[in-house]
Design a protein around this ligand. Structure first.
Ligand code: ADP
Ligand code: MG
Length: 244
């Protein structure tokens, strides 16, 4: 069964068509890179896949749920299985690293429980978070304030937060945008290895075509809101994607 199905989805903002007539089927465990020029619809597509936004027409079903109200469980429960790594990371600057990570599970814990966990994290949570941060090489930062970290470290915290969420799908919007270009390859290596270990389906938007080719067996090219190719693009398809 496919994990996400998109059928003829169009999303308009006023007169702008951010996406038009997009159809896709994504399977569990896949690793997919979305590439395309700025404004081609990558962020919009990730938001649709993550059930953050409803298409103007067409349909998006993620983990058996759509925003038109057809949901096997509830939208909240479905969203708790979808990890979003937005481009701005969405971290709370004045909270400690451990607290930002604990917020990853707020979708499955009630408000009071989340407040208690933020103030008095359980030993189980602390151990799990410490182990994840160790793997990400920033375990010593666990009690630091998040705004004292570098861009690359903050990105690891955001990644730890989605891993702590125990999501089934990870949608990452330009995860390399805040990272030193020389470290981009290491970040993707880590990200794809973590997703493989956790059995997470990974969908990433990227600008680095060569890195997309190296790490992602399936590459979807977006141009002006439409799918230009889906699979393993040729050099000509790549240059057409970026030509105006
Ligand atoms: P990408 O992530 O590939 O740069 P986006 O998905 O952000 O592209 O944007 C696709 C198109 O939709 C662009 O033309 C952009 O200006 C427009 N767009 C995106 N979000 C909004 C919004 N909230 N309001 C109006 N237009 C938007
Ligand atoms: Mg974008």
């Amino acid at each position: 069964m496919s994990l996400i199905t998109v059928k003829d989805a169009t999303l308009r903002y006023g007169v702008t068509s951010a996406l038009s007539g997009v159809s896709l089927s994504l399977n569990p465990g896949e690793k997919i890179a979305l590439i395309g020029p700025s404004g081609s619809g990558k962020t919009t597509l990730l938001r649709l896949l993550g059930l953050q936004e409803k298409p103007t027409s067409g349909n998006v079903v993620t983990l058996g749920c759509d925003l038109a109200g057809n949901c096997a469980t509830s939208i909240r429960e479905t969203r708790s299985k979808i990890g979003m790594l937005p481009q701005d990371l969405g971290l709370v600057a004045n909270l400690r690293v451990i607290q930002n990570i604990i917020l990853g599970r707020s979708g499955t814990r009630n408000f009071l429980r989340t407040c208690r966990d933020l103030l008095f994290p359980s030993k189980t949570d602390r151990d799990e978070i410490f182990a994840t941060l160790e793997r990400l090489d920033i375990a010593e930062k666990i009690y630091d304030r998040t705004d004292s970290l570098s861009g690359g470290q903050r990105q690891r915290v955001a990644l730890a937060r989605t891993l702590f969420q125990h999501a089934e799908i990870l949608l990452a919007d330009e995860p390399l945008s805040a990272v030193d270009p020389a470290r981009g390859r290491d970040v993707l290596k880590l990200l794809t290895a973590l997703c493989d270990d956790a059995g997470l389906t990974l969908i990433v938007s990227l600008h680095q075509v060569e890195l997309a080719r190296e790490f992602f067996p399936r590459i979807i090219g977006l141009k002006e809101g439409q799918i230009a190719f889906d699979g393993t693009p040729t050099d000509d398809e790549i240059s057409d994607l970026y030509s105006s």
